[in-house]
Design a protein around this ligand. Structure first.
Ligand code: PNS
Length: 179
């Protein structure tokens, strides 16, 4: 509630992630969030904690920009350090997260409570579309670089960048192959 007792409207939402790379599950969450909130900031973490990203920060942001250009109220940005600090810095009213499976919920619940404790900003969970509930960036990278088809699971702009990355990496892989 605001001081005058009216409900607090979430002016802008922030959708944070590694996006290494973005996939259709991410795009689905962004599109749905963009219908709910007046403005959505897709915030790419500069240094993901899990592992060194395959794609540079600029590549990750560029792929999201290309895939969301039809959404007029979506901005792509980046942050380093604590998400709670960045949320306060840009004045977002809500954090958006997608939930695929129950194990996502277990991790996301404590993260959401910590982020609310640090920033006062709540997290809204959007259930993943069942078509994408089994995909993740790391799984898609593994399948793609082992020669599998992933075009149903990533936007066209992402597929192009992934193919270019594979072309750059392939000679190195072949050099290392035992003769
Ligand atoms: O796409 P990912 O890798 O699941 O995204 C994870 C992300 C970037 C949302 C999360 O790691 C994050 O918020 N990192 C920022 C550091 C931070 O605030 N850590 C404390 C969380 S309570």
């Amino acid at each position: 509630m605001n001081a005058n007792g009216t409900p607090r409207a979430a002016s802008a939402a922030i959708y944070p992630g590694s996006f290494d790379p973005m996939h259709m599950g991410h795009l689905d969450v962004i599109e749905r969030a963009a219908e709910i909130f007046p403005r959505v900031f897709v915030a790419v973490v500069v240094n993901p904690q899990k592992r060194e990203p395959l794609f540079t920060l600029e590549e990750r942001k560029q792929m999201i920009r290309a895939a969301t250009k039809h959404c007029g109220n979506v901005d792509v940005t980046d942050f380093r350090g604590l998400l709670a600090g960045f949320v306060k810095q840009i004045g977002a009213g809500v954090i958006v997260k997608g939930l695929r499976v129950v194990s996502d919920f277990e991790n996301e619940m404590s993260t959401a409570l910590m982020n609310r404790s640090l920033s006062g900003v709540d997290t809204v969970f959007l259930p993943s579309d069942p078509r994408y509930s089994f995909i993740s960036s790391s799984l898609l990278k593994e399948v793609f670089f082992l020669g599998g088809e992933i075009e149903h699971y990533v936007p066209e702009a992402v597929l192009q960048v992934m193919r270019a990355k594979r072309d750059i990496l392939r000679p190195r892989t072949e050099e290392n192959r035992p003769s």
